[in-house]
Write a protein that binds this ligand. Structure first.
Ligand SMILES: *Cc1c(COP(=O)(O)O)cnc(C)c1O
Ligand SMILES: [Zn+2]
Length: 420
């Protein structure tokens, strides 16, 4: 049973059948999935959801598939927890971390969008899938398509981190490293996609793919006890995640799963070296000016974001804002999250936390209100910028004497066991 009615243009509202359509042929607006919310309201209760397995498919009535879930059956329902030590360091009362750094199977929130996209690609009868990626999408498409048995072509900029390259190659896709930026890769993929009959997850089946990001939002609301936080700080690359978290909140209100009067402010986070969305928010403009990326946050390095316009609108209309941070601030934030909460996030998570910290210090986010920080990727994939900054382990001979003489001062005053 599917509750997906069809597709519709986000701009002119024109309706389309639920096929492989991604731009409105009348106004070139982007295309979105439409659902029968009245029917969903009758079946999708809190109790029904709570009884289901802990994966992103527990919200399946709100996901754009026709039959049964076929790919990514173990993805989603990642940890969500209240922060104590980080909250204290930031000087705030109520802080939560939503942690997709441990997403199954490829340690980033992209497993959510790819689970949906590949399930839908199967329904459409595609035998080959492809994507243009800043790294995490490549890993997820490579892994999930291996298990689902697709042929796969994956396109990345040639300067990605080793963790992202190995994290794709291991699954044996055809991995194509393009000499250029992500925006060059994406342009090339649009051209390839118009020639070859492949499902480009983030291009021709993007309306379905993008819906997967809503599950990040649903989980935050459910895991907070069917309640909305007052502030959510979100990393932005193409700008889809922030708009889909907003859609998730709207849908849960509409379905009566959370307080319909809840007000959530959304904040866009980017690196200063690639901040087209944040720049547009600060100018309160409608026009996203493309930039040439230069940042260690490579997973967010999209200079011409597909959903930049909607991301800007979403942040401003929610009453939120946007901020950007330097590479130095990104690394400091990665270390802060690790040393206070034991979470090793990638550079994108460093961006989000550094932006949250900045907005709190600026007084934009009040210290006594509830705040969620979105952690979307894993630090093991972006080790390069840390290599020269974390120092080295203390090296000793395998003896107690070497241990004590090397640590020296550090052990002075450390209690030892009383001898019997
Ligand atoms: C892709 C990505 C994002 C941003 O996603 P968009 O929907 O393109 O804005 C955030 N964090 C990580 C780690 C990503 O890989
Ligand atoms: Zn239109």
């Amino acid at each position: 049973m599917s509750y997906m009615i069809g597709l519709k243009c986000r701009e002119c509202g024109r309706a389309y059948p639920k096929e492989v359509i991604f731009v409105c042929e009348y106004c070139f607006g982007s295309i979105e999935v439409d659902y029968d919310y009245d029917a969903i309201r009758r079946v999708l209760t809190k109790e029904a959801i709570a009884r289901r397995p802990e994966s992103l498919w527990r919200y399946r009535e709100l996901l754009p598939i026709e039959g049964d879930p076929a790919v990514g059956l173990s993805s989603g329902f990642t940890p969500f927890f209240r922060s104590e030590r980080l909250a204290e360091r930031l000087g705030v009362e109520e802080l939560y971390i939503k942690d997709d750094s441990v997403s199954h199977p490829t340690l980033s929130f992209k497993d959510r969008v790819v689970s949906i996209a590949l399930t839908r690609a199967k329904e459409f009868g595609f035998d080959t899938v492809a994507c243009a990626s800043t790294g995490n999408l490549a890993n997820s498409v490579a892994a999930l398509s291996a298990r689902a048995g697709f042929h796969r072509y994956i396109f990345i900029p040639s300067d990605l981190e080793m963790g992202k390259i190995i994290g794709s190659l291991i699954y044996r896709p055809t991995l194509v490293a393009v000499e250029g930026t992500y925006d060059d890769v994406n342009r090339l993929c649009a051209e390839i996609g118009s020639k070859y009959p492949w499902a480009f997850v983030n291009i021709n089946i993007r309306p379905y793919y993008a819906e997967g990001s809503k599950t990040y939002g649903y989980e935050v609301l459910e895991q907070l006890g069917w309640r909305a936080p007052q502030h959510i700080v979100v990393p932005c690359a193409g700008g889809s995640l922030i708009t889909k978290i907003n859609k998730a909140i709207k849908e849960f209100k509409l379905l009566g799963l959370i307080d319909p009067d809840a007000h959530v402010k959304l904040y866009a986070s980017q690196a200063t070296g690639c901040a087209p969305i944040v720049n547009t928010i600060k100018e309160r403009s409608d026009i996203v000016k493309p930039v040439k990326p230069n940042t260690i946050a490579k997973s967010l390095a999209i200079g011409n974001p597909a959903d930049g316009y909607y991301a800007t609108k979403t942040a401003l209309e929610s009453g939120g804002w946007g901020e950007s941070v330097s590479d130095e601030e990104i690394i400091d934030a990665m270390r802060l999250l690790a040393e206070t909460e034991g979470v090793f996030t990638e550079t994108a998570g460093g961006v989000t936390l550094a932006v949250a910290k900045k907005l709190i210090e600026q007084g934009v986010i009040p210290r006594d209100e509830s705040i969620v920080v979105c952690i979307t990727g894993n630090g093991l994939k972006t080790q390069e910028p840390l290599l020269s900054r974390l120092g080295k382990p203390v090296r000793i001979k395998p003896t107690l004497a070497s241990f004590e003489s090397t640590l020296g001062e550090q052990l002075a005053g450390v209690p030892t066991k009383r001898r019997a």
